[in-house]
Design a protein around this ligand. Sequence first.
Ligand code: SF4
Length: 843
Amino acid sequence: MAESVNKPGIECASLMTAEVIEKLRVEIAASGGSEVFAILSRPGRGQLYSEVTIACRGSKVEVPALLSRTKPGEMTLHNHPSGVLIPSSADMRMAGHFGDEGVGSMIIDNQVTRAYIVVEPFEEGEREPVLAQEIVDVFADNGSLSQMMEHYETRAGQQEMAFVVADSLHKGCISVIEAGTGTGKSLAYLVPALLWAKKNKKRILIATKTIALQEQLLYKDIPIARKVIRDAPQASLIKGRSNYICLRKLRDLNLDQMEFDFGPDMKSIHSELQAISDWVENHPSGDRSELPFQPGVDAWETVQSDSDMCLGSSCPYYQESPFYQSRRLAAKSGILIVNQALLFTDLALRAATGNYKASAVIPPYLSIIMDEAHSIEDIATSHFGKRVSSFGARKMIGKFISMRRNTGLLEQLAKRSKRFNLMDLVSELEERAIEVQLVRDEFIYKLDEFSELLHHQFNQAGKRKSQVHLDRAILSSEELEPLRKAAQEVAALIVHLSSLLTAILERAINALEHKMDVMEGFFIEYKARLSRLIDLSPVFKSFASKEKEEQVQWLNLIVWKNNRREFDYQISPIDVSSLLVEALYKPFHSLVATSATLNLKDEFKFYQARSGIDQVKQKEIGFHQFASPFPLSRLASLIIPDHFPSPSSSKYTFFLRDLIHESAKWGNGGTLVLFTSYALLYQMVTLCEEMLGNDGVPLFVQGRDQRSALVERLVSTRGVLFGTDTYWEGIDLKGDSLTKLIVTKLPFRQIRDPVFEARSVRIKNQGGNDFKEYALPLALLKFKQGVGRLVRSQTDTGVVIVADNRIVHKYYGKKFLDMAAEFPKIRISSMDELKSAFEEHRL
Ligand code: SF4
């Protein structure tokens, strides 16, 4: 019967040696024609598979064991006794698993004559370089880009940068590249990356900081690059797991019969879940960002995909699972795009497990291109730290035994046991739940007591929000002892609670073993939440530890309107350089770190030291700078209002108000005002909003909507946008959308930032000058980023107005002026002169 069925695939003889074919025939015959699973390997890419290991016979159940025996580049194989080589859904699942690890999958017939390759392996081989001519063919005057892009102009630096990237990817070195605005750096790294990934069948990961850049890569630059590179590998965007819906969780909820105590808050969660459920019917991507509404945290957390609650290939929805669909796509892609936060989550896991070959949070990749690399120290700091908050800890306990809703895991367990008629278990659970409840109440009491003590010690003024850096002086104070003792008590109660919950879990698993088909998902969630709870204890235990010299510890204290006092405790490494060396620079073949702002007056020293690159011994490191090709001196000027008082003067805000008002209503172009603190931003909103409104100038303020929405509104109305911190970078406003950029103050970091403070203290203790070596270079780079928002194309014109007279009155002011060296400087002493400057620039 099998012979008559349609036979797709290729000849086995074109894939494997005669010896391998013979061995497989013998094994299949010996198994009576049932399924045989084998692993094939070959000496090099393009050669015949010459080695075969028979892994198991008869059942796909053994396949997970097979996975642990394979290496990237190998091919797994099994026969279909029916002779039909089309993969079944179980085969596709299996191939997806193997593909994630760089292992191929193939199906053969019982006679070992034909084979169907489900997934090709990623194979090591002689690495092939990208030739200079291939890059020239793309970027040259008459190259392929010029033929497909209207108004294409060769840009100084773009082709040079592409050479550097190609070289770095091939030789396995680290390249640090500053590419000024307009260099076209995205294509300068994408083209060599796609060419290299195509030739070598290796995966390259591109990490960016902002969503705006990810979208630009995905929807604009990659489609262009793929058009000029024939058969370029696929590129896909990878998001963190929690962005995807878990179909199992959603369907297990059984929304129609949800047994809730319908309080008003639960009703709204229920209706949100219903809306998510309706939406996912027609949106198989299951990607939260595509939802037509913004779900609340509680609703989304109930149905989001979680690694420790996932059933993996044994999940009934594995095939259609949005998270696995996205990872299958990634497994087939040569280029992965991720945000830096996800990359660092992946790096932290790889560093902890030593796994650099198989999937971790992201499928394996050989090399990394990090765009917007100026933020590497900040992002590493936040990912190599720990955090615990009173509200988070309370919420975690509430997942087991809820305070009000009767929806905790213990209550659910009792309900399910009742449904299965296990009345002995039900009464035992009820008894144990009382014990848990007592410890829970004690825990909440101690947690609140600890929170009160913290507020009493550090927030006697009762401020709504305050931050306390637990510096050396505080840590050595005797007064901290009662707090440490209270934290230890909280830690001990977590251990006690965890052991009670573990005992309940073991008892329930025993009693419900025969119901595992319906209870498995529940137990996975229970175990995952239990392990998160257990992880809290060491953080409390080490609270305000004196020994942690290498770390900075701080508290955020919050008083809610109902007077509830909460805390958020964080620990971060002071120095991330050695962590970066071990987790990022050493393990990967090559790294390209690029940004428009890495360099201070032709020197990379500051970046080198802060990022830890100067500690790398094993790799060649190159530093490159490509200036903006735009004629900046003709396009824009930097205006300094000499008549302005110092920013610390009480008159400053009124001068600033008038400057913003006059600038915003002038001409047809938009205005961006960059602040260094929310306090000044809100003060200016109060002072300017009405004035601007009276003049018909729309005002957009950070925090009133998503950044992308505010930027879009600025583009369409040419109004004025107020933003702090994140608005200093990643905003790309071309043409008239932005013609006036106001820098309210030089962007020195706030001394309140505990990490900044700890680093400054460390430099001082080591005999250095913390201002010159740390605070000033950070501010200079930030200023350079901010100023870089103005000219985004060859034809953009405008002015940067620096409303901080320290730029001319302080000795370091010149260094800031050097960051905008190309812009002519205009000093004004009145508003009339400001208007003349606007006129001169035809704004
Ligand atoms: S595979 Fe995992 S994430 Fe996907 S639906 Fe199943 S349990 Fe949820």
